[in-house]
Design a protein around this ligand. Structure first.
Ligand code: SAH
Ligand code: F3S
Length: 481
């Protein structure tokens, strides 16, 4: 797939005006989790210093980057399809270079260059600072790859370029990687060891967002509850830290407090929490600070102790219930959502019933629900046979989805007649006369626009609902404006 410099020159001169060195166009798109979307903003920032401006038009791009997801086979197929589209565009714009970022880049490495002729550049999640060098390589006609994982990189020194922003909500990444090794999950392999970012740089980013008019931030990590800053390095190595480092260490509860107190008017959210790492001091920090939203995304994956063990989720069903009880006791109006997997290897009907009964106990507001997808290299793939038939997986998933719908409807109905504070994010998809935003519990709420504008905090009286959306009328600004 190597190209000669001449070919490249020919490609460029055929379709493009000669450009000033400083006006290259970057088309970047992201698939998968919020972390990928956040990483793309870091990439855009690194490349803006190289003279790349982002464009929304694929056809006019000099460089196309796709930030990819490996979490399920379907996610990878989506990206492969997208590469076909780039291929078609490259036929009319032969000078266009294509790079793959993120988890698929890390998982497939140079296989990507062999399998997908369209790809010129493969860059793993910890190697984005090397992009300027790698792009020079590509521009000289060579394929380029860097998939080295790091134990230190947090991109804490990079100020992200906000992409497709509504100017109201932003992601702020606080940890990278994951050390949990859930047996079904590819993330520890694609994103490497868990590292925490310097709290000072987090607070600075939040302050900067506030100064630019942002009203809500989501602190991001695969496992935010295990955030631990003691001066850099892996969490695992904390035991070797000096006494001073230990005494001044910042855990997640302390970070939440820092951020919430730095910007008391800003809504603070975070994702994802892991039941085995979520401690009472995090719930206490939420209860104590009005601006930390009463909402927790708390994936459980399965309601069966036997399956939880096989998944290497290091908690039991009972321990999860205790955590839920504590949350409901300490934050009475807390929204709770989940991730669940149907059809993990060896899952029986009885295990599945345990999942349904766990859902009955918690009555989640909503959830992300999946059928199990075997991922190459994971412990589950190596040790367990993917033995639940696809049809059974799908049927169990449908039962989970149906039950979730019932609970979502129940929870939204309970809000009818109450007044909720909504941060306006955008126009409602269904009506240009309505605003759409979320309440503190993360439930989408729509209401007539009147004279309010995007970014306002509004008190909304809820009159009606669907299973997932609250419908109301604005009764005035909330005191958070
Ligand atoms: N860090 C988060 C989740 C990361 S992946 C956590 O603590 O749970 C997001 C979700 O994808 C997971 O919660 C899980 O429900 C789902 N998922 C991960 N690997 C999967 C697989 N192999 N098959 C199906 N779903 C999977
Ligand atoms: Fe994956 Fe478990 Fe970490 S789901 S991201 S290994 S907490």
């Amino acid at each position: 797939m190597e190209k000669t410099i001449d070919e490249k020159k020919q490609g460029n001169s055929l379709v493009m005006e000669p450009k000033a060195a400083n006006s290259r166009k970057l088309f970047i798109e992201s698939y998968g989790c919020a972390m990928n979307f956040s990483d793309s903003e870091i990439v855009a920032s690194i490349l803006s210093k190289e003279g790349f401006n982002t464009t929304q038009k694929l056809e006019e791009a000099d460089l196309v980057l796709v930030n990819t997801c490996s979490i399920r086979d379907k996610a990878e197929q989506t990206v492969r399809k997208r590469l076909e589209k780039y291929n078609a565009v490259k036929r009319i714009n032969p000078g266009m270079k294509v790079g793959v970022l993120g988890c698929m880049a890390e998982r497939l490495k140079d296989k990507f260059l062999e399998e997908e002729k369209i790809v010129d550049l493969v860059v793993g999640p910890d190697a984005y600072k090397d992009l300027p060098n790698l792009i020079s390589e590509v521009e000289e006609g060579r394929d380029a790859i860097n998939v080295i994982l790091s134990k230190e990189e947090t991109y804490g020194d990079i100020s992200p370029v906000r992409l497709q922003t509504n100017g109201v909500s932003a992601f702020v990444s606080i940890t990278r990687g994951c050390d949990n090794m859930c047996t079904f999950c590819v993330v520890p392999f694609t994103r490497g060891r868990e590292r925490s970012r310097d709290p000072q740089s987090i607070v600075e980013e939040v302050n900067d967002l506030a100064a630019k008019g942002y009203k809500e931030i989501t602190l991001l990590g695969q496992n935010v509850d295990s955030y631990l800053w003691y001066g850099g390095g892996l969490k695992k190595d904390f035991k070797n830290a000096t006494e001073i480092q230990k005494a001044t260490a910042t855990n997640f509860a302390a970070l939440l407090k820092l951020v919430a107190e730095a910007q008391p008017k800003m809504r603070i959210r975070f994702s994802t929490s892991n039941p085995q790492d979520m401690t009472l001091d995090v719930i206490e920090a939420m209860a104590k600070h009005r601006n930390i939203c009463n909402y927790i995304h708390l994936p459980v994956q399965s309601g069966s102790d036997r399956i939880l063990k096989k998944m290497n989720r290091l908690h039991t069903r009972e321990e999860y219930f205790t955590l839920i009880d504590n949350i409901k006791k300490m934050i009475p109006n807390c929204g709770i959502s989940h991730d669940l997997i149907a059809g993990f290897p060896t899952e029986t009907e009885e295990d599945h019933q345990d999942t349904l009964s766990l859902m009955e106990y918690v009555k989640y507001d909503f959830g992300y629900m999946f059928t199990y997808s075997e991922r190459p290299g994971t412990m589950a793939e190596r040790k367990l046979e993917d033995d639940v038939p696809e049809k059974v997986k799908k049927r169990r998933l449908q039962e989970i989805v149906d039950l979730q719908q019932k609970h979502s409807r129940r929870n939204t109905k309970q809000a009818v007649g109450t007044v909720v504070e909504v941060l306006i994010e955008k126009e409602s998809k269904k009506s240009d006369a309505h605003w759409s935003g979320r309440n503190e519990r993360n439930t989408v709420t729509v209401f007539p626009k009147e004279n309010y504008k995007i970014g306002d905090f509004v008190n909304v009286k809820i009159n009606d609902c669907t299973s997932a959306t609250l419908i109301g009328e604005p009764i005035g600004y909330s005191d958070n404006n």
